[in-house]
Design a protein around this ligand. Structure first.
Ligand code: CJ4
Length: 406
């Protein structure tokens, strides 16, 4: 436990950090700052030179140690789960905190081609206090002929009790070093906060599935003229989906889903290229993690699919509920079925799987169904970032973004 003096020192340090160098760290990174946006030419900002990459890990303050977390090991996975459950992203009013499950983390962080040293932990006396992850992706950027092999960064987390030790910048520099060593020089990531320099600012929308619960946990509120039963009627959904031939995705669908997805994504300015192996990993249904449904009207022909992932939030202080069950729209490809109908079915399926709310960003074609299906804009903004890459256009519109990070 920290003594009162240590706490006070940390607090003073935190204030100093905020006051005199808000973006000190980010000024040192190859991210275009505001006035360079017009001068830099599109493409890598700094050429990577393999020979110059630091070979040894960055120094940590005494008693802190680096470790590669093996998520296949139950004990280590449990440590990651607990660190995130207690210390990861909260809403601005500290009412909710994400509760990523172990099965979800194994799905999100053990894709084909994963590098064991890209699941990075910091331990003190064998206790996990810091975490950051990378997974290998092939990103197609704007009109670039070549696709860029890079890393997708996620799950940056520092234990609440040791914040303001400047550990986050060291975690970022260390995973950057481990990516550079593999001769990769770009990264893609998202964050609810704004640091230099977003390539797109997207917004969350929410579709109520269980109006009563959303009000009880404080996710939604009632205006003077609204009542709970009125809200329940407003958001009521049919028992069964409408689209004929809609069924859970199976292994036999992988080839067709891969073709549909890769073709569909070409319309966007930013999108991943998927191999069949990757589609198998990311889309085959996993209970309480990922749900994918395909439309097969004509025997053996898949024409559309929908998918959403399970990311519950812990309700931090509530007498009646411990969790908010949220489904997040993942990738949805509508080539024969109207997208509004396909997403209406997604809502019905999510409701039947027990979710309280269905979340979607205003990216891809989502604008086409958000209003009609009664999604409400949330207060959450999600900013997309590209590390060490200058885009042709300074910012991308949300509908030009074709990637979803979990
Ligand atoms: C790569 N990683 C990005 C995904 C992490 N994701 C899902 C996320 N990043 C920032 C957000 F703004 C956000 N929002 C969903 C919307 C929402 O539901 N807001 C109320 C709420 C309920 N529970 C929580 C937990 C934390 C924050 C807000 N919460 C806002 N989602």
């Amino acid at each position: 436990q920290l003594t009162v003096v240590q706490k006070q020192t940390q607090y003073n340090q935190q204030l100093l950090d905020k006051l005199n160098k808000p973006h000190q760290f980010w000024e040192t990174q190859p991210m275009p700052n505001i006035n360079e946006l017009d001068s830099l030419k599109p493409g890598p900002i700094q050429e990577g030179i393999l020979a110059e990459v630091r070979q040894d890990p960055y120094n940590l303050i005494s008693k802190f140690e680096w470790c590669n977390v093996d998520l296949r090991n139950d004990e280590q996975a449990q440590q990651v789960y607990t660190l995130l459950k207690e210390n990861y992203v909260e809403d601005d009013d500290n009412m909710f905190r994400f509760d990523y499950s172990i099965d979800f983390l194994r799905w999100a962080l053990l894709p084909p081609g994963q590098h064991p040293d890209w699941i990075v932990g910091v331990k003190v006396n064998q206790k996990l206090v810091g975490f950051i992850t990378g997974i290998p992706v092939t990103l197609h950027i704007e009109n670039q002929q070549t696709k860029v092999k890079m890393t997708e960064i996620n799950f940056l987390c520092v234990h609440k009790k040791i914040r303001a030790n400047r550990l986050a910048p060291v975690l970022i520099k260390e995973i950057t070093r481990r990516v550079h060593i593999k001769n990769m020089w770009q990264a893609v990531y998202t964050a609810g906060i704004v640091v230099p320099t977003p390539i797109s600012q997207t917004r969350y929308y929410h579709r109520s599935l269980n109006a009563k619960k959303l009000i009880e946990v404080g996710f939604s509120s009632l205006s003077a003229r609204q009542t709970i039963s009125r809200q329940q009627k407003l958001y009521k959904l049919p028992e069964e989906p409408k689209t004929q031939g809609l069924r859970p995705m199976k292994k036999k669908d992988v080839a067709q889903v891969t073709k549909l997805l890769n073709e569909y994504l070409k319309q966007f300015k930013l999108y991943f290229k998927y191999t069949e192996d990757e589609v198998k990993h990311w889309f085959i249904p996993r209970k309480d993690v990922i749900s994918t449904y395909v439309v097969e009207k004509e025997q053996g022909v898949v024409t559309d699919f929908l998918s959403f992932y399970n990311l519950p939030s812990q309700v931090i202080k509530n007498p009646k509920h411990t969790h908010l069950r949220a489904a997040y729209s993942y990738y949805n490809v509508a080539t024969k079925t109207p997208i509004v109908q396909l997403m209406y079915d997604a809502l019905i399926l999510a409701k039947n799987e027990g979710y309280d709310v269905f979340n979607a960003l205003d990216i891809m074609e989502n604008e086409k169904f958000l209003k009609e299906l009664m999604f409400c804009p949330g207060d959450g903004q999600l900013n997309y970032y590209l590390y060490n890459w200058k885009l042709e256009s300074n910012m991308l519109k949300p509908e030009e973004i074709g990637i979803v990070l979990v």
